[in-house]
Design a protein around this ligand. Structure first.
Ligand code: SF4
Ligand code: SF4
Length: 482
């Protein structure tokens, strides 16, 4: 039996080479990804729902009578449920970025572009926008027909409905995004009154426009030309990384055939050259040409090809999650999983866990009160009644929790050192900072001439001055001058 081959049209050369105009940039061909269903598509949609449920619902949750998740830049406080982060906690933001970076390294080394394929906002919003487009204009073929048809009332109507839906979703996304930085209920009221501040207006429009433009118009161009991650992912891959791989040995030589034909007897591979894998690809590539940086690992081609294999009665997995070594050396899943535990992966895992544990311990032991001791430079040292030497300090105390705190302040380092000029216990309002003067007095004969090392002790107490239930104490060094 002869293998049906495709006719590849060769464009006639329009004239002498020197007369031809060379474009500097490739003209974009619009991609119409075909809808696909299957095991991986279900996972992708599950993650779309999960990530979007978190994104759209979080700002509406309340905690302790305020917005549960709020990044209040004006007040320089970040609220995440019961925890309040202050500018002094900037280190945790650094740690969070380190965890995100190492997680990305780890997951990419193990299983390629998992982030791009399942959780990246560009992928997620493109998926949602594509779904709207299909609901309004129909699947791939219907969309192509509509785009190639002359302008009509129907075409105009469908385009208007689609863009209106896209814009509505984009604006709601922009509103939600700004709602993480401005209390969302207040923001909603201001929007309804057309009374938004300039920054809120700017960010709402900017984020809405970015969502509409990126997911509606630019789509795969963001991944191909704008996202730097697509470019440097290669350094994290090795031949044991699980990627979306086409089994060339099994699939080639490709060619269409009837279902009744035995491919082995016909001397052809399992690929029926239906191009479903290309049609479902949101970046428009042909995975059969091998690994390409444009592949975002969305697995749509796996689902598409598996359906074709099912129809033909062939085994699934002509395109599958596999390492390049796995495909070339015919490794089974057990062997590929065993190779996941290679030195590079173990190092990333160890570093990631070390950072997570250190951050967890630090957060757990985080003292809810922060203290700064500042010497009063105008009054270095003075003699007061009864031969006592007095130094004046300024204490800045910050209550990082959302409950009223009572503190007892003492000092040691010189026999008979006492704290005066301050209420005891000292009351601190929830999530507030207080700056106040403190006088330290020491007997003149006990303090040595010049500087004396002393220590401030700040202890948590209850309203009556007894040790607090969550007993903690802080100790700050300073100098007492005689
Ligand atoms: S080649 Fe497959 S996995 Fe890669 S982007 Fe295209 S459809 Fe997604
Ligand atoms: S979907 Fe599968 S069978 Fe069809 S062209 Fe792609 S690899 Fe070949």
């Amino acid at each position: 039996m002869t293998v049906p081959s495709k006719v590849i049209p060769i464009n006639p050369v329009p004239g002498p080479l020197e007369d031809q105009e060379q474009a500097l940039y490739e003209v974009r061909k619009k991609i119409y990804p075909r809808a696909v269903s299957g095991w991986f598509a279900k996972w992708r949609w599950a993650l779309v729902f999960a990530t979007q449920a978190v994104f759209y619902l979080s700002p509406w949750l309340t905690w302790n009578g305020r917005q549960a998740v709020l990044f209040d830049l004006g007040a320089r406080k970040f609220y995440i449920f019961g925890v309040v982060f202050w500018p002094q906690d900037f280190i945790y933001l650094t740690v969070l970025l380190m965890i995100a970076a190492y997680s990305l390294f780890l997951f990419t080394t193990v299983a390629g572009r998992l982030w791009c394929g399942y959780a990246c906002p560009q992928t997620v919003y493109t998926e949602i926008f594509l779904w709207i487009e299909r609901k309004v204009e129909g699947d791939r073929v219907a969309q192509m027909r509509l785009d190639n048809s002359p302008l009509s009332v129907r075409k105009f109507g469908l385009k208007a409905v689609k863009h209106s839906a896209w814009i509505a979703l984009a604006v709601w996304t922009g509103f939600t995004f700004v709602g993480y930085f401005t209390p969302i209920h207040e923001l909603g009221r201001e929007v309804l009154r057309f009374n938004l501040g300039p920054w809120e207006t700017f960010w709402l429009l900017f984020y809405s426009f970015a969502t509409y433009g990126n997911a509606g118009w630019l789509r795969e161009q963001v991944c191909k030309y704008m996202c730097p991650y697509a470019r440097f992912q290669g350094v994290m891959f090795d031949r044991d990384t699980l990627v979306i791989a086409y089994d060339e040995e099994r699939g080639e030589p490709r060619g269409s055939r009837s279902k009744k034909v035995d491919p082995k007897a016909a001397g052809i591979g399992d690929c029926v050259d239906c191009e479903i894998c290309v049609q479902v690809c949101p970046t428009g590539i042909d995975i059969r040409k091998g690994q390409q940086y444009e592949c975002i690992g969305c697995t749509a081609c796996i689902d598409g090809c598996d359906q074709v294999m099912d129809k033909m009665g062939y085994a699934r997995g002509l395109i599958r999650y596999a390492s390049l070594n796995g495909v070339s050396q015919h490794l089974g899943w057990k062997e590929m999983i065993r190779r996941v535990f290679r030195p590079r992966v173990m190092i990333y895992t160890a570093v990631l866990w070390a950072i997570i544990i250190a951050a967890g311990v630090s957060l757990y032991q985080r003292v809810p009160v922060k203290v700064d001791v500042i010497r009063d430079r105008t009054t270095l040292s003075r003699e007061v009644e009864d031969g006592l030497i007095e130094n004046v300090f300024r204490l800045q105390i910050m209550n990082t929790q959302e409950q009223t705190r009572y503190l007892k302040i003492t000092a040691t380092g010189i026999d008979g050192l006492t704290v005066t000029g301050i209420e005891s216990p000292l009351k601190l309002e929830p999530a507030s900072t207080r700056l106040f003067g403190v006088n330290l007095r020491a007997p003149g004969e006990k303090a040595q001439k010049g500087s004396n090392r002393i220590m401030f002790h700040i202890e948590a107490v209850d309203q009556q001055g007894r040790p607090a239930a969550d007993d903690f104490s802080l100790h700050e060094k300073s100098i007492f001058f005689k």
